[in-house]
Design a protein around this ligand. Structure first.
Ligand code: GTP
Ligand code: ZN
Length: 212
């Protein structure tokens, strides 16, 4: 019987992906990613072939693709599909938009809520699109501050609004499960653009809305 490749070979020899497909009649989603996960399981001292872990590489590959799917999405495309001419000039706020992202330092989740406001300038956007734009940037490897700015900048650019405000509150599992191990801390970040940046009254009106 042919010897199975060792896990160390899995990582260093590209032939593994082929043998993985050839030796198994199980579903293959992404042979290269699955080989990497299988190798990692071996490295942490697990038996990647035991029943409970046999499909784990495939599941992780699918999960990672979903959690980083924002790289292949365009905020502009999402917004322009639902931009309507409306003579509205008052502030619009969508608050408590839940999001899940992954910190780029540890690839561990951080998650929480985003609050987004804008001051329309002759156009309003479909409300769900604001939440979709949050996901576009959350489903990437991130730091919270950059995520917050990217959401604000994308909305500012594609809505043609007088101003955009984004506040995000999040818990970082890399600070909870490991490292400093603080369970109750949360991080608040904000990005103010246009009128929200220049006019303190506009900013405080937004802040009062998001406090509920
Ligand atoms: N500013 C910012 N920092 C973050 C974010 N996510 C994780 N970090 C921090 O990134 C830093 C990385 O610091 P390092 O000293 O290189 O990594 P580390 O040794 O794992 O740090 P500890 O988490 O303190 O154990 C840590 O302080 C994390 O808390 C984020 O979204 N924004
Ligand atoms: Zn982290």
């Amino acid at each position: 019987m042919a010897e199975k490749p060792k896990l160390t070979q899995v990582f260093t020899h590209s032939h593994y992906a082929t043998s993985f497909e050839a030796e198994s009649d199980e579903e293959v989603y992404d042979a290269r990613k699955e080989a990497l996960v299988k190798s990692m399981l071996g490295e942490i001292g697990e038996d990647p072939n035991r029943e409970g872990l046999r499909r784990t590489p495939l599941r992780v590959a699918k999960a990672m693709d979903f959690l980083t799917s924002g790289y292949s999405m365009s905020a502009e495309e999402i917004i322009k599909k639902a931009l309507f001419e409306e003579d509205v000039r008052e502030m619009v706020v969508v608050r408590d938009i839940e999001f899940y992202s992954m910190c780029e330092h540890h690839m561990l989740p951080f998650f929480g809520h985003a609050h987004v406001g804008y001051l329309p300038n002759g156009k309003v956007v479909g409300l769900s699109k604001i939440a979709r734009v949050v996901d576009v940037f959350a489903r990437r490897l991130q730091v919270q501050e950059r995520l917050t700015s990217q959401v604000a900048d994308a909305l500012m650019e594609h809505l043609g609004a007088h101003g955009v405000a984004v506040v995000m509150e999040a818990s970082h599992t890399c600070m909870m499960m490991r490292g400093v191990q603080k369970q109750r801390s949360s991080t608040v970040s904000s990005a103010m653009r246009g009128t929200f940046e220049t006019d303190p009254r506009t900013r405080s009106e937004f802040m009062s809305f998001i406090k509920g």
